[in-house]
Design a protein around this ligand. Structure first.
Ligand SMILES: [Zn+2]
Length: 497
């Protein structure tokens, strides 16, 4: 039994712990433990000071956890009465409880938009089960982010993970995919690079823009303040969302001691994060692909350790098989579903339809401005209306300028798909050292004249090779021409890359 004396709004509070016969010190006296001291009452400490029964130690630790929660809320000035958690029944994680601030974020048009964006984009047109949306995935990531934080907080009190830290990481998990466009990755990996060549835009940027817009449009800044989150915390949440691979660790949101918090939602150091844990389980379930990776177990074997002067989330050596299973699950999902050849063919057709519609299909943005789809990524009012249903809007329109797009979309509906004509594995000699995923052009040296450097699109070269390789007996009718060929570069990441 433990009691607490909490005075909200005060920077410190005093916690009195009544151990009911159990002792914190060898003389058996009731102790007054200051709020800060609670962080150091670990399992080991309890054992050292004479709490001999294992069950009692665990029971005490749980009580301390509740007290720490109250202490943190008191420090942040949050009224405990206002903390009405809401229960969601999630198909993957079961009954999950979410903080009222998360619920306020969920109940906005900017978040609800995720109900209309398929998690696996065009894969739904090949796998009938892949009908899940970004909405439920985001809630799942939010839940796992909290669970992971609490596990670390429980096992390593010395990390001083506060309730505010947990809430920030949770919100980052909830909002990390706010910026996805129609059909998820199809939009930022195929459509935008075609209509805005050279653009480095990625959905993570839009997630941050949409998060700002969500707070502003719904006047949530006061609600954030009500739950103890200020401008620095909002900054921290945005950093957690957009964390880039090559960005140095920054201290604007939290100090260096809390750098490990950046590895929970989007871990750019090793790719092991709760975002993947949710979508691996959710995608496998919906695609009926089995996976033996167990994120629950993995979470329990993680500890924060200082490596090369930086606090990082590490795992036990004996968990290597579980890590292998995680990356193997990723590989299987790519090979069997994400990169399925028919999925890629349909993606190519939808992108072609959207590109042809771009000049004629306009979306309403700020102050009633009508914008092209390619411009909507800069205007969050317009982008809020950009979901998978743009395809239906184009199909149902009778605008003559959209006829070509409509024709392609109708072909997809009638399953008159473009034909798959073959695949090849470029060798190192052939790829001239170029990265197909990143570069549109490659410099090709003319072997006859070393001074001549020709800029060439690698895709044009591949198309030319295919056209030249056509044999009259293979041509069923007319020979293929360059504009009838769509080259898809399949990027299946190898294990541990
Ligand atoms: Zn995600």
């Amino acid at each position: 039994m433990a009691g607490v004396d909490v005075r909200p709004g005060q920077a410190q509070c005093t916690v009195a712990v009544d151990l009911e016969g159990q002792v914190l010190t060898s003389d058996g006296q009731q102790q007054e433990v200051s709020g800060k001291g609670l962080d150091y009452l670990t399992y080991k400490v309890l054992k050292e000071i004479g709490v001999s029964a294992v069950g009692k130690r665990l029971e005490l630790l749980q009580e301390f956890q509740k007290l720490k929660k109250l202490r943190d809320h008191a420090i942040a000035g949050v009224s405990v009465d206002s903390l009405h958690y809401k229960v969601f029944n999630d198909r993957i994680h079961g009954q999950i409880e979410l903080h009222p601030l998360c619920v306020r974020i969920i109940d906005t048009p900017q978040f609800q938009r995720l109900r209309y964006i398929k998690q696996l984009g065009c894969a739904y047109l090949v796998f009938p089960g892949a009908a899940h949306n970004r909405f439920e995935h985001s809630i799942g990531v939010c839940y796992l982010a909290e669970s992971f934080c609490r596990t670390l907080q429980y096992r390593q009190p010395e990390l001083n993970i506060t309730e505010k830290d947990i809430l920030c990481v949770q919100i980052a998990g909830l909002c990390h995919d706010l910026g996805h466009g129609p059909f998820s990755h199809m939009f930022d990996q195929l459509f935008i690079p075609t209509v805005r060549q050279g653009s480095e835009w990625k959905h993570e940027k839009a997630s941050v823009d949409m998060f700002d817009h969500l707070i502003e449009a719904n006047q949530l800044i006061d609600v954030f303040a009500k739950y103890g989150l200020d401008a620095q915390d909002i900054n921290f949440i945005k950093e957690l969302i957009k964390r880039g691979k090559k960005k140095p660790l920054r201290d604007t949101g939290r100090n260096k001691d809390k750098n490990f918090l950046y590895e929970i939602v989007a871990n750019e150091r090793n790719g092991i994060d709760v975002d993947k844990w949710d979508y691996f389980q959710r995608d496998c379930e919906n695609l009926a692909i089995s996976s033996s990776f167990d994120s629950r177990r993995f979470e329990k074997f993680c500890r924060v350790i200082e490596v090369d002067g930086e606090k990082q989330i590490c795992t036990r050596d004996k968990e290597v098989a579980n890590v292998y299973d995680m990356f193997y699950t990723r590989y299987s999902l790519h090979r069997r579903a994400y990169q399925h050849k028919v999925v890629k063919i349909i993606e190519s057709m939808l992108v072609e339809a959207l590109v042809k519609a771009n000049d004629h299909f306009l979306v309403k943005g700020k102050e009633g401005n009508m914008l092209q789809m390619s411009e909507a990524i800069d205007d969050m009012v317009a982008y809020t209306n950009m979901t998978d249903d743009i395809i239906l809007q184009i199909m149902r329109s009778d605008e003559p300028a959209l006829a070509e797009s409509r024709h392609i979309l109708e072909m997809v509906q009638r399953r008159e798909l473009y034909k798959f004509i073959g695949k090849t594995q470029p060798t190192q000699e052939h790829d001239h050292g170029m990265d197909f995923r990143k570069k549109n052009t490659v410099q090709k040296m003319d072997t006859m004249d070393q001074n001549t450097v020709e800029e060439r699109d690698p895709m044009d070269q591949i198309k030319e090779d295919i056209i030249q390789a056509q044999k009259p007996e293979d041509m069923d009718g007319e020979p293929l021409e360059a504009d009838q060929l769509i080259i898809h570069v399949r990027a299946v990441y190898l294990l541990y890359t």
